[in-house]
Structure formats: structure tokens, C-alpha cells
Design a protein around this ligand. Sequence first.
Ligand SMILES: [Zn+2]
Ligand SMILES: [Zn+2]
Length: 89
Amino acid sequence: MLKVACPKCHYEPMSKDRWMCSCGHVWHTFDTLGQCPACGLIWFDTACPHCQQWSRHSQWYYWQPPARILVARLALPAPQQFLRLSYRS
Ligand SMILES: [Zn+2]
Ligand SMILES: [Zn+2]
């Protein structure tokens, strides 16, 4: 599950939150991955509506794997088994 939260204060942006571009356009920046829909400017940093601090836009995204993916990872063969397979020929 993809989660969006401020890297500084962990505030999670709500759909009613709005950001303003230098061109004056106001929109929800996480709908467009930080790109202004009016003038096309890409905002690499995003200000938090809660703590007002700037963070890299990409740092706002957190990937939370569901529990069953973690279980599948544990079931993978150990690294030694990979080694043995690659030296067979
Ligand atoms: Zn703009
Ligand atoms: Zn914040």
C-alpha cells in the first residue's frame, strides 16, 4: 500500500489540501506528482501544510508492503542455494 506523509512531521495530506505554484495556480500537488497542471513546472520540493517545512517530493511516498509479501520474502531460497545453482555448469 502506498502511503503519503510528510518526512518531517508525518502529516498525511488530505484531499482538501492545496498548494500554490509560482504561476498562481492552486491544486493538490500529490494528484500530479508535484507538477503544476497549469504551467507544467515540476516541484521537486513540497512544503508541508502542517509543519511548513520543505521536503523532496519523492520522500513523501512510503511503500508499505502487505504482510503476505513479507511472508513470501522469507520463503525465498537462501543465498547459498543461488550460488550452488549458478556454478552447476
Ligand atoms: Zn504553475
Ligand atoms: Zn510536516
